[in-house]
Ligand binder design. Structure first.
Ligand SMILES: [Fe+2]
Length: 383
């Protein structure tokens, strides 16, 4: 049995949540008057059979469907251009992202190109598209990026793999299906990395210089849910409540990003992904605990409040308490604890730190963040 809700304030999709909610997809599309839908779904999700179920639900509601799966993690401008082309051939009136953050971002990206033409770089920033995007439906199958709660697509630029954040009011999914029964099909390492990404969103958004009462409430609720569920799902616990909490936590943390931005842990993680191909959640496992300690003097009270929301005693040094808890989760989930396993060398660090200091998200970190700060974070991660 699914239920229908939206966030009480600010931008939000209409959410259908509950185990088995995927079966509502066709009815949602029919209610909205969609006749021709392109599903964007990465090959792993298609192989798991989830894409086929989405397709069946739409087709049984009389919607003509094609599936676009020709992309991988960190989708590029070219991937999105090919998706838009497939949607054009179908004469799609709607786009349905089914999968992890990449599948959702390809749906949004194709929406920009269908609405305004050109290439993704033209839409970098916010509200650069002259026309509204076609209606979007999101069906996340991981608890991770929170893309399902945001009006931005993150697409990698072809020439240098720089992430282009392209936003617009209509890039927010009109409808989102949160079906926790879809989550356990993900491999354990994906559950660990994507789940830790959500935790990083809750932690970073709770302390940014741009946070508001509303964003902090979302960060706190997300952290409370994720701190309870993450140790359970990464330990292989199969209870439905834990998956539901992971999914809702990831959604709320994504909504918090929309209202608060991120911080230095993401700024330090992104160059590791770009230069050394470290998966986003794994890079955050290395950077987040270190950034929390580095931020201690600037965010002590905010970290205390965050711990309090999750019922974790803050101790004398809330930043250290939080960082230690993050370290424990990283170890428990078999995520990397430092840069020892990566192919980078100490001589790479200054250039990496320069790149990190140029990342947009670092500007919202509670402690002013620059290349020297990034270098301190990286140095502490080299064993
Ligand atoms: Fe992230």
């Amino acid at each position: 049995m699914s239920r229908s809700w939206r966030l009480p304030r600010g931008p939000s999709p209409l959410v259908r949540s509950g185990s088995g909610a995927l079966a509502d997809l066709g009815a949602i599309a029919r209610e909205r008057g969609h006749r021709r839908a392109l599903i964007t779904s990465d090959p792993g999700i298609a192989a798991a059979g989830i894409t086929g179920r989405a397709r069946e639900s739409l087709e049984s509601a009389g919607v003509l469907v094609e599936v676009f799966s020709d992309f991988a993690e960190n989708p590029t401008e070219s991937d999105v251009a090919r998706a838009a082309e497939a949607a054009g051939v179908l004469r799609a009136d709607s786009l349905v992202g089914v999968g992890g953050g990449s599948s959702l971002d390809v749906a949004k990206g194709a929406g920009f190109l269908l609405a305004g033409g050109g290439r993704m770089e033209d839409y970098r920033g916010y509200d650069k598209c002259p026309h509204p995007l076609p209606p979007l439906i999101g069906v996340p199958t991981t608890a991770g990026t929170g893309s399902e709660a945001q009006s931005y697509a993150l697409i990698s630029r072809d020439r240098d793999h720089q992430k282009l954040a392209c936003g617009a009011p209509s890039a927010m999914f009109r409808d989102v299906i949160l079906d926790p029964a879809l989550l356990p099909s993900a491999p354990a390492e994906v559950v660990a990395a994507t789940g830790f990404d959500s935790i990083a969103h809750a932690v970073e958004t709770a302390v940014t210089s741009g946070r508001t009462d509303e964003s902090v409430a979302l960060s706190h609720r997300a952290f409370a849910l994720l701190s309870r569920a993450f140790p359970l799902v990464t330990a292989g616990f199969t209870g439905a409540t834990a998956w539901e909490e992971m999914q809702l936590g990831a959604f709320l943390a994504g909504a918090a990003i929309e209202r608060s931005m991120l911080g230095a842990a993401h700024a330090c993680a992104n160059p590791l992904t770009r230069r050394f191909d470290v998966a986003h959640g794994r890079a955050l496992a290395i950077t987040l605990p270190r950034v929390v300690r580095w931020n201690a003097s600037s965010a002590r009270d905010a970290y205390r409040d965050l711990l309090g929301a999750a019922g974790i005693p803050p101790g004398d040094d809330p930043a250290d308490t939080l960082a230690s808890r993050l370290d424990a989760w990283v170890a428990m989930a078999a995520l990397p604890q430092d840069l020892a396993g990566e192919s980078l060398h100490v001589r790479d660090l200054p250039a990496l730190a320069e790149e990190a200091s140029a990342e947009w998200t670092g500007r919202f970190n509670p402690r002013p963040f620059d290349a020297a700060g990034a270098l301190a974070v990286y140095r502490s991660a080299v064993a």
